[in-house]
Write a protein that binds this ligand. Structure first.
Ligand code: ADP
Ligand code: MG
Length: 347
């Protein structure tokens, strides 16, 4: 079957006079992973709760697998929505074994088969008779995921699935989770405030600010072509230079830079730190301020003669010292955002 697995239009959720979610539209294809990415308090959990059926919205429609679950005079209760939820704290039953946790939402005579199938899919072999407290954080997360996947829901919702894990574990658990979701053919929406998680895991990233989705795009597109300055800064590190744009290029402190399609006039030119190339040059246009060495790479802060500061992300092999003069080159295309004038801000 083709078509969207989840379709949301005009979703609004109010708490009293406060609009936590406003005019939210979203569409997610079958078997895809969507990240809802936004800062704390922007309405991510509220949105997930509305999809799951725990939060009756003030307005809008939600469709899951072609069936309207929220809309004019329709409200399908959570247990009838075929939605699996992985809560932020996993919410495993502490007094039940891994197997019985996973079997919880299953019924019928195929239960035993499904439990062993899902245990192997979630890479929990040999752990079926353990209690939750006898598992590592990563294993607990896989049990929560397995329990949500077991009844073969149409969509899996995960709220900040990595927030309870040590930084060292996260990357590994993230890879495991992605593999399990793909192997299960699951359609999933996960919520995160962490851009690395969103970019590395999702097929599509929806950026949410103040209760609205401000841009939804595949990770590469979102990173390289953010729609606004605000999104550019939220998704990754960004340098901004003031400039004037005309005919697809912008004049700024680093000379003439290609910026793709951009309206003419005053702009802010956004350059990602890894797009900068530095070279020792006594006549260069910048001076090194300081650097942070991380081993796999380093961040070098520099001041241009225009007084603008930039950050460059360089490989670990380069050596620059504070005070060095360098010339700065940009690889690839930059992005230009029109500067909002007092007039346009009122529109
Ligand atoms: N039950 C509630 N009553 C009143 N305000 C709420 C309630 N739940 C959430 N909020 C508010 O709605 C906003 C969005 O919350 P939430 O969806 O939990 O944000 P996020 O998950 O993005 O951090 C926040 O300002 C929060 O304080
Ligand atoms: Mg939340």
């Amino acid at each position: 079957m083709s078509g969207a697995m989840v379709r949301i239009s005009g979703l609004g959720i109010n708490y009293g006079s406060f609009a936590a979610v406003r005019g939210l539209d979203l569409e997610l294809g079958r078997g895809k992973i969507l990240a809802l990415l936004g800062p704390s308090g922007c309405g991510k959990t509220t949105t997930l709760r509305a999809i799951a059926g725990f939060e009756p919205p003030s307005e809008g429609e939600i469709e899951i697998d072609g069936e309207k679950v929220v809309g004019e005079s329709v409200f399908v209760p959570p247990e009838k929505r075929r939605v699996g939820v992985v809560f932020q704290d996993y919410a495993l039953f502490p007094h039940l074994t891994v197997e019985r946790n996973i079997a919880f939402g299953l019924s019928g005579d195929k239960k035993g088969n499904r439990v062993s199938e899902i245990i192997s899919l979630a890479r929990l072999d040999g752990l079926g008779s353990r209690m939750p407290h006898e598992l590592s954080g990563g294993q607990q997360q896989r049990v929560a995921l397995a329990r949500a996947l077991a009844p073969e829901p149409s969509v899996i919702l995960l709220d900040e699935p990595f927030s309870n894990l040590d930084a060292a574990l996260r990357a590994e658990v993230r890879r495991d989770m992605k593999r399990i979701l793909i192997d299960a053919g699951a359609t999933s929406i996960f919520v995160t405030h962490d851009q690395d998680e969103a970019l590395s895991l999702a097929d599509e990233v929806a950026v949410m600010l103040d209760g609205r989705i401000v841009q939804s795009a595949p990770p590469e597109e979102l990173y390289h072509s953010p729609a606004t300055k605000e999104i550019a800064s939220f998704v990754g590190d960004a340098n901004f230079l003031s400039g004037v744009s005309e005919n697809g290029s912008a004049r700024c402190a680093l000379g003439e830079i290609p910026v793709g399609t951009s309206p003419s006039g005053e702009v802010e030119v956004m350059v990602r730190p890894e797009s900068l190339r530095l070279e020792n040059d006594d006549h260069g246009e910048a001076r090194i301020l300081d650097r942070e060495f991380y081993g796999h790479d380093q961040l070098v802060r520099l001041a241009l003669d225009s007084k603008e500061e930039m950050i460059a992300r360089l490989g670990s092999g380069h050596t620059f010292d504070a005070g060095d003069r360098v010339s700065v080159r940009i690889t690839g295309e930059a992005v230009a955002f029109p500067i909002k004038t007092a007039d346009s801000a009122l529109e």
